[in-house]
Design a binder for this molecule. Structure first.
Ligand code: FES
Length: 107
């Protein structure tokens, strides 16, 4: 089973913001959506764009390359030109308010 990777504290990522991080070579994006933390793969399924460079609006993030939008909660593609979802990853927040993520695709 893969290990958990520390992302930040709750306070370091306020609602409406997101950040990218490398987890064992995988590019992930962790977002705060109205106080709930979510993690998706930071690779657009249209043509590999860097989603973390895009604009977050509520639970949606827009790819800066061609405008596809994804649901940060589910990874679902919400509009063309992307049709396939991005991977989602488990998040946990410990008693100290530290946010952790894990790439569980290969468990
Ligand atoms: S690479 Fe993301 S919309 Fe084209």
């Amino acid at each position: 089973m893969s290990d958990w990777t520390r992302v930040c504290t709750r306070e370091e990522l306020p609602p409406g913001q997101h950040r990218a991080l490398d987890v064992d070579g995988a590019q992930l994006l962790v977002a705060n959506v109205d106080g709930e933390f979510h993690a998706i793969e930071d690779v657009c399924t249209h043509d590999g764009g860097d989603l973390a460079g895009g604009v977050q609006c509520g639970y949606e993030i827009e790819c800066p390359r061609h405008g596809a939008r994804f649901d940060l909660r589910t990874g679902r593609a919400l509009c063309a030109p992307a049709y396939e979802p991005v991977a989602v990853f488990p998040i946990r927040i410990d008693a100290d308010g530290v946010v952790w993520v894990r790439d569980d695709r290969w468990d």
